[in-house]
Design a binder for this molecule. Structure first.
Ligand SMILES: Cc1cc2nc3c(=O)[nH]c(=O)nc-3n(C[C@H](O)[C@H](O)[C@H](O)COP(=O)(O)OP(=O)(O)OC[C@H]3O[C@@H](n4cnc5c(N)ncnc54)[C@H](O)[C@@H]3O)c2cc1C
Length: 292
């Protein structure tokens, strides 16, 4: 999501929260009332309790939150493919809140829980705070609008992810593949620093087996520790995500890709998504690109 859009969504969400907490009967812990899916509407917010946390690699943790009081084990989150949640916290007792978006990796019909993969950035305010949490700790989340995917709106989509930017792409590709009515083909190009950063490669391989011919992946590793593709049990190209890599992977209008979704760090965004960037070179106009 672009910064102005994110800022606007955050402002609306926080405004709604303030109004809610000031309204009669609001409690200190504002909750979406009832056992209904807590994030079914926009804006909506809920305080979730961390159920478990696990290290995935040297800088990524899997955080699993219970959907919370009033939401039983059979309650779904109410999120749609591809929504994200804004985490609002006060790390280290700060006066001003820190707000950052995170994309659950759950399927929309998962019940009772939300799962996140959070990468810790050096001096990262929110990511360091989330990494410090222990089971039982609570975080306030707001739903923010995401891209509203409609089954078969494209015959073939390209997903281009950089590092931890994989999470929105993963949510979208699972949503497409698991929908029995959706025949869209997906090509994912995922650029990372080392093989260790390919945190969802096993899940992606399982999806390729489960949905033959629907998902193509191309991993691109800039500083592989094993040196050669395949030696760490995964094949990849060495280097960065360039025009040549995208073309070879089939992410171009010539290959029938109708839309490209991008999620990645600022430098990669500048190289790929800018008006005169690599995606424009490959024939994608503004309408055929979406940046999470
Ligand atoms: C729609 C959306 C969904 C997202 N989903 C996820 C998710 O599921 N999991 C996840 O881990 N993150 C996700 N992010 C990124 C997340 O919102 C934060 O940007 C990230 O956790 C860093 O926040 P921070 O407060 O820790 O870092 P800050 O305190 O803001 O920054 C600390 C340092 O880290 C650098 N940094 C911050 N963000 C990035 C970045 N993305 N790439 C490279 N360097 C960076 C900054 O330049 C700075 O030097 C998502 C972002 C968006 C826009």
């Amino acid at each position: 999501m672009s910064s102005p859009a994110l800022f606007a969504a955050a402002a609306v969400a926080v405004g709604a929260y303030v109004l809610y907490t000031r309204s009669a009967g609001a409690t200190a812990q504002a909750e979406t009332p009832g056992g209904k899916p807590p994030f079914a509407s926009f804006p909506s917010f809920r305080t979730l309790t961390l159920a478990k946390t696990e290290n995935v690699n040297h800088n990524v943790k899997h955080l699993q939150f219970d959907l919370g009081e009033g939401a039983g084990p059979d309650t779904t989150s109410g999120l749609t493919v591809t929504s994200a949640l804004l985490a609002l916290t006060f790390p280290g007792g700060r006066w001003l809140p820190v707000l950052r978006p995170y994309t659950p990796i759950n399927d929309i019909d998962d019940r009772g829980r939300l799962d996140f993969l959070v990468k810790q950035y050096p001096n990262g305010k929110q990511s360091s705070h989330l990494h410090s949490l222990q089971p039982g700790d609570r975080v306030l989340f707001f739903r923010i609008p995401g891209y509203s995917w409609t089954a078969n709106e494209q015959a073939h989509v390209g997903l281009v992810a950089g590092g931890q930017g994989i999470t929105p792409c993963y949510q979208l590709l699972r949503g497409i593949l698991r929908n029995g009515n959706d025949r869209t083909r997906v090509t994912l190009v995922w650029g990372v620093n080392t093989e260790e950063d390919l945190i969802l490669k096993d899940e992606l391989a399982a999806l390729q087996t489960q949905y033959p011919g629907r998902l193509t992946t191309q991993y691109v590793v800039s500083a592989p520790s094993s040196g050669t593709s395949g030696s760490a049990g995964v094949s990849f190209k060495r280097g960065r995500v360039t025009s040549e890599v995208l073309k070879a992977a089939g992410v171009s209008t010539e290959d029938g890709v109708g839309k490209v979704f991008f999620s990645g760090p600022p430098a990669m965004e500048k190289a790929l998504v800018a008006r005169d960037g690599v995606l424009a070179e490959l024939g994608f106009g503004k309408k055929e690109m979406h940046k999470f």
